[in-house]
Design a protein around this ligand. Structure first.
Ligand code: G16
Length: 547
């Protein structure tokens, strides 16, 4: 087993990446995230950690440099586990510890990790690396490479990729190619083949039009959707805006901006009844939107996507006659109307878990087919191995009726279209377009399924956001004292009122969510809750101002 002497090379390499700041940093909702300039030593250490995890798992581990929806100056890193899923929770703790130790303690902490996890340091380590388009990303990538190489690991550097593309590559490699080929071309080919098959076997209804306007958030998603388009044989005409050629990443555009501000992004023409979509900065989230004739903005967020997808999969499962249990996973941010619609109309069981794709993903694995989406547009569908085999057999079973066989075949192609490793804006876009095309629906038809309760999200700046602690899948607070009682009393005042607060795991703020029967009431409730947070949880800066 490796003692501290083994890490002498790490100590020397670490001299190039010293820890210059005392500030503690946490592996949050989706990895480390802060200003890009504060991350060099963290990246180096995550390179070492990724290599150790690769030795432990005897598999390739991924490291994605991105701060996703955050402003351009921020950056971060997400580690990717062997099946392409987010890093296991126990290792998030190790990552936090490693990121925060002094330079001189580094060998001792690494040695502890090696002995407590039983890592054989003689095993070859391999790390797949990719980054988004932020200016700070190339030098941070070098810090990761230095970390991996400090313990003689090998790096495959993909350069610029979307986050879900890197997750895909890791899964492909570790499945020995069964999941697909671990190249960018392999990604486009797998998804587009499935998309074209699904499109080719259904007649287009006149209310579906193949034109889509897309906001690329001035990020990596814009670059990669252009590549994907080359594989779609013109069956989908995507008009791209905010493609990064001039605007700033995520600035007044992108899925997070559109969802939180409930408005169209800058840089896109405003035209009534045109189907539009928006990616976030690393293309793992997507929301749709359009404008009504009278100019009213309509958002179709992750909840709307989840209901569209779950409803469609349920139809296919029923038509195929296969015995499959289908479930849907949401978070506290899910609009109350979506949960009622899924439960009562679609009759699909719903589970609620804390924010963070890692929580949704794990819960979704409990179903044969698990659909999960956060309201912010981050989500995908996972299929159990058993169901994938069953669908494959049914799709080729000539003893089934034509309808059953047809449904099974579509399910099989849908499995090919979905990036099951993590939420993927490109794959989700193709999935939504497939379903709308198959149903012959316009975006208005889709929106008509149910009406969202008006809602509002706000941010409150506090001195230390960890003073807010939550329970019940983040729907209630347990600290600071009196906050939950105050929220309960406010919610009481408003018909259909609901509100909760939680500390963000990606930004240094507390998030406030409120919904109510009218927009005015939702805005007021969110404001009043913000004031309570400010007063009881150590607000800093300007007090929240009324709407
Ligand atoms: C990340 C996570 C999401 C989460 C979002 C916001 O998204 O992957 O699961 O919903 O952060 O998290 P929080 O409210 O804790 O700040 P992304 O797209 O930024 O990687």
């Amino acid at each position: 087993m490796a003692g501290t002497g083994y890490f002498a090379a790490v100590k020397i390499a670490a001299e190039k990446h010293p820890r210059l700041r005392e500030k503690t940093i946490q592996y949050g909702t989706a990895g480390f995230r802060t200003k890009g300039e504060e991350l060099d030593h963290v990246m180096f250490r995550m390179g070492v950690l990724a290599a150790l995890r690769s030795q432990l798992k005897r598999a390739v581990i991924g490291a994605m440099i991105t701060a996703s929806h955050n402003p351009e100056e921020d950056n971060g890193v997400k580690l990717v586990d062997p099946l392409g899923e987010m890093l296991e929770a126990a290792w998030e703790k190790l990552a936090t510890k490693l990121a925060n130790v002094s330079d001189s303690d580094l060998p001792a902490v690494l040695s502890d990790i090696v002995s407590s996890c039983g890592i054989d340091t003689a095993v070859p380590a391999q790390v797949f690396l990719a980054r988004d388009t932020r200016p700070s990303s190339p030098s941070l990538a070098q810090a990761i490479i230095d970390g991996v190489q400090a313990i003689k690991g090998e790096v495959k550097d993909y350069g610029i990729l979307t986050t879900p593309q890197l997750h895909f590559m890791v899964r492909c490699e570790n499945s020995q190619g069964q999941y697909g080929s671990q190249t960018e071309n392999g990604y486009y080919t797998k998804l587009s083949n499935a998309f074209l098959k699904l499109r080719g076997h259904e007649h287009q209804n006149e209310r579906y039009h193949p034109q889509l306007r897309l906001d690329g958030a001035n990020g990596v998603g814009a670059l990669k959707i252009k590549e994907m388009q080359k594989h779609l044989n013109n069956s989908l005409q995507i008009e791209l805006f905010n493609d990064g050629s001039s605007g700033k990443l995520n600035y007044m555009c992108g899925a997070d901006y559109v969802k939180v501000q409930q408005t169209a992004p800058n840089g896109m023409p405003k035209e009534a009844r045109v189907r539009c979509a928006s990616f976030d900065g690393d293309a793992d989230r997507i929301v749709y939107f359009y404008q009504e004739k009278n100019g009213t903005f309509k958002l179709l967020d992750g909840d709307k996507i989840a209901t569209l997808v779950a409803g469609y999969l349920k139809e296919l499962v029923n038509s195929s006659g296969l015995n499959i249990n289908l479930g849907l996973v949401q978070t506290a941010y899910a609009n109350g109307s979506s949960t009622s619609y899924i439960t009562n109309e679609l009759q699909v069981p719903v589970a609620c878990v804390p924010t963070g794709v890692k929580h949704l993903h794990h819960k979704a694995l409990e179903y044969d087919i698990g659909v999960y989406f956060e309201a912010n547009g981050h989500g995908t569908v996972v299929f159990s191995e058993k169901i994938q085999d069953m669908v494959l057999m049914a799709a080729n079973d000539s003893s089934l009726s034509k309808d059953q066989e047809h449904a099974a075949r579509r399910l099989l192609w849908i499995i090919g279209l979905i990036n099951q490793t993590v939420g993927d804006a490109i794959s989700d876009l193709l999935l939504v377009e497939t379903i709308l095309h198959s149903k012959g629906w316009s975006i208005e038809d889709w929106n008509d399924a149910y009406t969202d309760l008006p809602n509002r999200q706000l941010k409150v700046k506090v001195k230390d956001r960890t003073v807010i602690q939550t329970t019940d899948a983040e729907r209630k607070t347990t600290s600071p004292k009196g906050l939950q009682e105050a929220i309960d009393a406010l919610v009481e005042k408003y018909p259909d009122g609901r509100a909760f607060v939680r500390p963000s795991g990606t930004e240094d703020i507390v998030r406030v969510y409120a919904e109510a029967e009218t927009q005015k009431n939702a805005d007021m409730l969110a404001h009043e809750v913000s004031v309570e947070v400010y007063n009881l949880a150590g607000g800093v800066g300007e007090k929240p101002t009324p709407p």
